[in-house]
Design a protein around this ligand. Sequence first.
Ligand SMILES: [Cu+2]
Length: 167
Amino acid sequence: MKSVQLILLLILGLVGCAAEREFRAGDVVVEAPWARASAGRTATGVVYAGLSNHGAEPEQLISLSTPVADGATVHETIREGGMVSMRAVGSLELLPEKNTALEPGGLHIMLTHLSSPLVEGETFPMTLTFRRVGTVEIQVSVRGVGAMGTSGVSGASGTGDHPHGHE
Ligand SMILES: [Cu+2]
């Protein structure tokens, strides 16, 4: 038991040197986090990433923070009768051995009150707090305004899939 805790501490300490674009805290892996560059003077931003839980117990993403925005919350996109809206997800459940994709047209992290526009090619830090494994700091890469993700265009989602009424 003690050695398990020691290993966990070592892993948490090594997060900063983890392989590029993959960030790990215990059994949780955050893959290829990215954000869209800001278009114009909008004060909101969106972050996408792959989340996976390699542990045997359910995990929950309970909070997020970043120095580039006042607010960072998980949202889900809902399509109902031709209407697209968004809803905040209080805590995001990560089931064991499941991958959860935050991607255009679906789950995403919403940034509100950006301190400055997100610029393509830059990166910014973000801290994710999970109920079991604690915090992990990730580096989010900013992609072009029209970027749709590495998994290609998924189904009916388009760049206009993300209406925001926050501002
Ligand atoms: Cu949103």
